[in-house]
Design a protein around this ligand. Structure first.
Ligand SMILES: [Mg+2]
Length: 277
């Protein structure tokens, strides 16, 4: 069983800044600060840490547990209207090709598709509502599960294991996001990682985080399906099984896709076998 976890913002949809506006309104209502989200980077972090940072920017100190709960309540109240505002302004967008890609994956029996997002569960569903994509997701890990993205992903896998009633190995989990933080979290948890470049990620940081795969969006499904191991590479090159790259580009690609230790061991064994002949 393969588990595929999708980030939301910049990976499935772009909500036109609805989340930021809702959080700004919530902080403003509590502290009077009109644009608390200006002072820090929201993208790729979990809502839990974003909410704490936003409150701190507004009030000058960390929120108490109670204040954080109030803030979350106000955010969730503000969010639907802000999402609707983005839709009306035509600023709510689906990442290209994602609908078709998800529909294809949902039809398979050998994969489970879930969310791996920094959004609070409630916020995640509100943000996804206009996209009509929710139906593809049977489970998820959310920003309310932990401050740490890798823990959020692990929680999602735990829930997937319960649904599938099988044990899930780390190498069966594939994480798709749009920032270096998605990649780092996936690696920390021991999962595969890929990035959608058309999201909110900083390209330099994404490059440095070294995901296994980068694609502009989902308009060409082929590389995604090959990365997921659901389709064979037309050239017959499967993950980490070829030995001598012909070109520097292939070499770089190999470096990105062949980082699985077990695969490297298998390749080395094959290499030795050939050399001994
Ligand atoms: Mg994102």
């Amino acid at each position: 069983m393969k588990i595929i976890l999708f980030d939301i913002d910049g990976t499935l949809i772009k909500a036109g800044g609805a989340g930021t506006r809702a959080l700004n309104s919530a902080v403003k209502a509590m502290t009077g600060h009109p644009e608390a989200c200006r002072s820090f980077q929201l993208q790729g972090a979990t809502d839990k840490s974003n909410f704490e940072n936003a409150f701190k920017a507004g009030a000058g100190r960390k929120p108490t547990k109670k204040q954080l709960d109030v803030l979350i309540g106000k955010y969730v109240d503000c969010l639907p209207a802000e999402v609707l505002r983005s839709v009306k302004a035509k600023k709510y967008l689906k990442v290209k090709g994602v609908e078709k890609f998800l529909a294809g994956l949902s039809g398979r029996k050998d994969v489970l598709v879930g969310l791996g997002t920094g959004n609070l569960k409630e916020g995640a569903f509100i943000k996804l509502e206009p996209s009509g994509l929710i139906k593809h997701f049977a489970f998820g890990g959310y920003g309310c599960d932990s401050h740490h993205r890798s823990e959020v992903l692990k929680k999602a896998v735990e829930r997937a294991a319960k649904i599938a009633r099988v044990e899930i190995k780390e190498r069966e989990v594939f994480v798709i996001g749009d920032t270096h933080r998605d990649v780092e979290a996936a690696k920390e948890a021991g999962y595969h990682s890929a990035v959608v470049l058309d999201g909110f990620g900083d390209p330099n940081l994404v490059m440095r985080s070294n995901p296994e795969m980068m694609e502009k969006d989902f308009s060409d499904q082929k590389p995604w399906l090959i990365w997921l191991g659901l389709e064979k590479d037309p050239k017959g090159i499967s993950r980490a099984t070829y030995i001598c790259p012909d070109t520097p580009i292939e070499h770089a690609q190999y470096g990105r896709t062949g980082t699985d230790i077990r695969d490297i061991e298998v390749s080395m064994k094959r290499l030795r076998k050939i050399k001994n002949k």
